[in-house]
Each structure stands twice: as structure tokens, then as C-alpha cells.
Design a protein around this ligand. Structure first.
Ligand code: HEM
Length: 560
């Protein structure tokens, strides 16, 4: 160990002008302790510690974290080098315990090493799940869920609302509907027992995923307790996901849903019929899991940071409202097609992604062979952290980086602004959910700006402290008070918004089922609607104020 330490030291010395030494390793903090290496330097949040280390030792730093060699990059041009010239070399992921236990032994899209298997999974997701065509087909569902959220806030106007919860539930519902046609959050959930199981599993996984496991870096320290929790969680989650697959298999066998309405599980089960050896249930479960956990907390956290920033900067909120009012007006709600015409709203999202990137170190990569980065030699098997938080908040790169100034993105050249803004990563392993994330965030934020006046709790600014961890989450959940904007009251009284207080779900045999637990007035409204639209074969059964209506027509039309 001492020899290795000394060898590392020799290799990291700057090249001598007198001797022609081999290309050196990047600089490293001098004191690397036996067994733990540089782990002693670590304080949370990790991206801040790494940024301090880079300020001292350089924009390319090599650390030894226990048994792992870790390259930390904090410059746009070096990040570009990693994801262009060396993109294939760094396209692997390190094998971490979380990937082993919750990522199907590192075989799902998120944790799989680069190669044919990963390429195939990535192709399926890009074409069958997250393509522009699929997202377009789902835009009505996204809007419906946003209307649900707005309906809930409208009912709780002038009261303190937990926006962290509202955003997380919104994204979980959107993604679960995409995966299995189910929604598990909100007042009107069709399968309450299933929803409760899902919520418990999600809450447990959410806590586990956010934790750094010391055993990943120091294998001698067995993280038995943690591994036990991971395994228990995997077992529960697996049986839950399998139930969903069986349920969707039955729906598919009855073949009553058209191509446009297919859920992700149904699409993958259809592919299973032609290639059963490849599209196994485990592959399907792996993809379900990846979308749920890569797509929900990231998107909801950016919504929460963005609204917090707007509450602290009322002038920006007013400017965004003006943009939406001028383009959309008070007679209809913003929809996804409007987003391209709202550059200021997009700048607010960019500025939030710059200041609070949900994955501040991206996701760790690992090199599959020796390569050169910034003129330094990087050995095979080195883990790579690109410190996007440091790059995006560096005063040498951004003017007044601590200031929330969406205007800095006026006329942005290219989405990444020359590798200075890369919250979704770049290259082969970049985020395939960027399009969906921007749609969800844009629609949710745009609707909240359009519909409500917002108020902080008390006179103090919203606390912007980050919670320690690998991901960037707010330490204190955002709580705020909202009331409908007077100009939008007309829209709130429109039946289409009242109507979303009902839950639409895909019932057995492909019928649309509507469950509502609501007032007499809403029941009459629903009946009028069904009559107006001449829904044909319909059964109304009224049990006090709870009822179920089965209809044989696509009901989405009701919202348009
Ligand atoms: C604001 C929201 C989001 C942010 C900031 C974000 C960011 C990222 C980042 C930084 C990576 C890793 C890039 C790298 O390794 O260099 C990533 C990977 C990934 N993201 Fe996202 N993401 C978001 C939303 C989503 C959504 C909505 C989905 C899908 C539903 C998604 C699916 C994935 C997947 C599957 C990967 C792994 C790709 C691979 O390893 O090949 N993400 N994301």
C-alpha cells in the first residue's frame, strides 16, 4: 500500500524540463491515507467538496477514494474532451452496490456497461418509449395530470401547500401512466391497495438511492445492514412490478386498446412475442425502474427549485406571467405546443438547471482503457465525475453565477452553450429523458405561473439550502400559498378544469372508467357531458356521492 502511494506520488509530479518522463497522472492532494485514500477530505455536499479540491489542485484532479481511482473534471473544455474524443472510453458505468441490487445486477439501462446489450436497451427506450412521436401521443395525459395538480391547488387556495409533494406526485403519476396506465397519487386513485404498496416501495427506494455506500469504496468494510435493506427493497419492488406486467399482459390479450393508447409495458410485451429470449420480464422490469427513478425526482426537484427562485424574485415571475399572458391569454390553459413560443419560460428553466443541476456530478462513468485527458494519462478502470455544478457556477465562466438571471440565456447558442451548461450530460450516456423532462417541467411551471399568484410563507426569502447527498435536493421542502389570478377565474369555472376533478383510468377490457368521489353538482355535470357527447353504451350507477361510470369511448376528448 505504501509502495502504491509513493508510486502515485511519483507519477503525479509535474514533467521535468530535464528528463523526458512518461506522461503523468493528473495532480492529486498530497496526503492519501492508507485504505481510505482521499475519503477523509469528503464533506457533504460532495460536489462542493470536489469544487474546493479543484480550486486548489486544478481542473483535472485524480483522487483515490478507498480502492477506486476517481478523475474529477471541472472545466467545460475538459468535459468536452471526455464526452467527444474519449466518449467511448468513458461510456462504462462503475459497478456500485446500488446498481447490483437495484439495477438488476448492473444490467439495466442506467447501470449496464457499454456494449451491445446497453445499445439495444438505449434503442428501445429512444424509439419505443421516449421518442418525440411517443411523447406527442402522451401530451394529453401530461396536460391532464397538470390540470389535476392545478385543480388541487385551486381547492387549497390561500392555504399553505407542500409543493415538493405536489411536484413529486405529478411526475410519478405522469411516468406511471406512461409505464402502466396507472396513477397512484391524488385523491381519486382507482386501486388504493396497489397505490399504497407502490408509495411505500417508492419512499424506501428514494431514501436508499440518495445514500453513499462506503462499501463501494472500501470493500473491506462490509455494508451488511445496507445491503440487507437493498435486497429487501428489491424483492418487494420485483414482485410489485411483476404484478403490473401480468395485469398488462391480460389487458393486451383481450386486445382492446389501440396502438396509440398502449402503455410502455404493453409495447414491450408485444416485442416479447416476437423476441421472447431478449424482451424478458426482467428486461421490462429493469426499464420500468429506470424511468421511474431517473425521471421523477430529477424533474420534480427542478420544478421545486424553479418555483422557489420565482418566489424569491417576484420581478422574474411577473415577467414570465406577462410572456404567457401575451402569447396565450386568459381563455385557455398553456399546453406543450406553446412551450417553443415561450423563450423566457425556457430561460427560467435553463437558469434553474444551471444553478441547481439535479445530478451535479452527472452519473459516474468509468474508463474501459487508458486514455489522455487534458494532457494527463488516465488509467483503465478510472471512475469519472464531471462536476457540472462547479462548471455551471464558476465565476470565471459565468458573470455573477450566484445571481438568478434568466436573461443571461437570451439568444443562447445551442442547448449546451458550448459545454458550459450540461445538466443532462452529453454523448452516448447522456440523458435520453431530456425531451420528456423539459415538457413536464415547462408545462407544470408554465401552468402555475399562468394560473396563480404566489406568496412565500412569512417575510423571509425561501430557504435555498441544499440537502447533503449526490443529488441536488432542497433541504427544506418548498411550502407556499397560492390564489387564482383574477384574470384566470373564468378558466377555473370552465367545465374542462372542473372535469379533471374526476379520475380517468384504463379499466379492464379497455373501457375507460371514471371514479369520482365528489359532489351532486359534479355528478350532474358528468351526466350532462356524457349525454352531450352521446357516449353510447353507458351505465350510470349513483351510490350517494361515490359512483363509477363505464363508457366505451375515449374520454380524452372531454378535456378538449
Ligand atoms: C430535469 C430532469 C432530468 C435531469 C437533469 C437528468 C439528468 C441526467 C443525467 C445528468 C444523466 C447522466 C448523464 C451521464 O451519465 O453523463 C441522466 C441519465 C439518464 N436519464 Fe435523466 N435527467 C432528467 C430526467 C429524466 C427523465 C424524465 C428520464 C426518463 C423518464 C430520464 C432517464 C434517464 C436515463 C434512462 C438515464 C441513463 C442513460 C444511460 O446510462 O444510458 N431522465 N439523466
Amino acid at each position: 500500500m505504501i509502495t502504491r502511494h509513493l508510486l502515485d506520488k511519483i507519477q503525479t509530479l509535474p514533467p521535468s524540463p530535464f528528463l523526458s518522463l512518461p506522461i503523468t497522472l493528473p495532480p492529486s492532494p498530497f496526503l492519501s491515507l492508507p485504505i481510505i485514500g482521499h475519503l477523509y477530505l469528503f464533506k457533504k455536499p460532495i460536489y462542493r467538496t470536489l469544487s474546493n479540491i479543484s480550486n486548489r489542485y486544478g481542473l483535472v484532479v485524480l483522487l483515490r477514494l478507498g480502492s477506486r481511482r476517481v478523475l474529477v473534471v471541472s472545466s467545460p473544455s475538459i468535459a468536452e474532451e471526455c464526452f467527444t474524443k474519449n466518449d467511448v472510453v468513458f461510456a462504462n458505468r462503475p459497478r456500485l452496490l446500488i446498481g447490483k441490487h437495484l439495477g438488476y445486477n448492473c444490467t439495466n439501462l442506467f447501470w449496464a456497461s457499454y456494449g451491445d446489450h446497453w445499445r439495444n436497451l438505449r434503442k428501445i427506450v429512444s424509439i419505443e418509449v421516449l421518442s418525440a412521436y411517443r411523447l406527442q401521443m402522451l401530451s394529453a395525459t401530461h396536460l391532464e395530470e397538470v390540470k389535476w395538480m392545478i385543480g388541487g391547488l385551486y381547492r387549497n387556495q390561500n392555504q399553505v401547500v407542500d409543493m415538493k409533494k405536489a411536484f413529486l406526485e405529478l411526475t410519478l403519476n405522469i411516468i406511471m401512466r406512461m409505464i402502466a396506465g396507472k396513477r397512484y397519487y391524488g385523491d381519486d386513485v382507482s386501486d388504493v391497495e396497489q397505490a399504497q404498496r407502490f408509495r411505500a416501495i417508492h419512499a424506501e427506494m428514494y431514501t436508499l438511492i440518495g445514500q453513499t455506500i462506503i462499501g463501494d469504496y472500501v470493500p473491506w468494510i462490509k455494508s451488511r445492514k445496507m445491503e440487507k435493506r437493498l435486497i429487501e427493497c428489491r424483492v418487494k419492488r420485483d414482485s410489485f412490478m411483476q404484478c403490473l406486467i401480468e395485469e398488462q399482459r391480460r389487458v393486451l390479450e383481450s386486445d382492446s386498446c389501440g396502438e396509440r393508447k398502449r402503455t410502455m409495458i404493453q409495447v414491450l410485451l408485444s416485442l416479447q412475442e416476437t423476441e421472447p429470449e431478449y424482451y424478458t420480464d426482467d428486461i421490462i422490469k429493469g426499464l420500468m425502474l429506470v424511468l421511474l427513478f431517473a425521471g421523477t425526482d430529477t424533474s420534480s426537484s427542478i420544478m421545486e427549485w424553479a418555483l422557489s427562485l420565482l418566489l424569491n424574485h417576484s420581478e422574474v415571475l411577473l415577467k414570465a406571467q406577462k410572456e404567457i399572458d401575451e402569447y396565450i391569454g386568459p381563455d385557455r390553459l398553456i399546453d406543450e405546443a406553446d412551450l417553443a413560443q415561450l423563450p423566457y419560460l425556457r430561460s427560467i428553466i435553463n437558469e434553474t438547471l444551471r444553478m441547481y443541476p439535479p445530478a451535479p456530478l452527472l452519473v459516474p462513468h468509468e474508463s474501459s482503457e487508458e486514455c489522455l485527458v487534458g494532457g494527463f494519462r488516465i488509467p483503465c478502470g478510472t471512475m469519472l465525475f464531471v462536476n457540472m455544478w462547479a462548471i455551471q457556477n464558476d465565476p470565471k465562466i459565468w458573470l455573477d453565477p450566484k445571481k438568478f438571471r434568466p436573461e443571461r440565456f437570451n439568444g443562447l447558442k445551442g442547448a449546451r452553450d458550448g459545454f458550459r451548461l450540461m445538466p443532462f450530460g452529453y454523448g452516448r450516456r447522456s440523458c435520453p429523458g431530456e425531451g420528456l423532462a423539459l415538457r413536464m417541467v415547462g408545462l407544470a411551471l408554465g401552468s402555475l405561473i399562468q394560473c396563480f399568484e404566489w406568496q412565500k410563507m412569512g417575510d423571509k426569502s425561501v430557504d435555498m439550502t441544499e440537502r447533503p447527498g449526490f443529488t441536488m435536493a432542497k433541504a427544506q421542502p418548498l411550502k407556499a400559498i397560492c390564489r387564482p389570478r383574477p384574470s384566470m377565474l373564468k378558466l377555473f369555472s370552465q367545465p374542462s378544469l372542473v372535469f379533471v376533478t374526476f379520475w380517468w383510468g384504463l379499466g379492464a377490457g379497455g373501457d375507460m372508467q371514471c371514479h369520482a368521489s365528489t359532489s351532486e353538482a359534479s355528478f350532474s355535470l358528468l351526466s350532462v357531458y356524457l349525454d352531450l357527447l352521446d357516449m353510447g353504451d353507458k351505465k350510470h350507477s349513483k351510490k350517494g356521492v361515490d359512483f363509477t361510470v363505464e363508457i366505451h369511448t375515449l374520454c380524452y376528448s372531454l378535456n378538449h
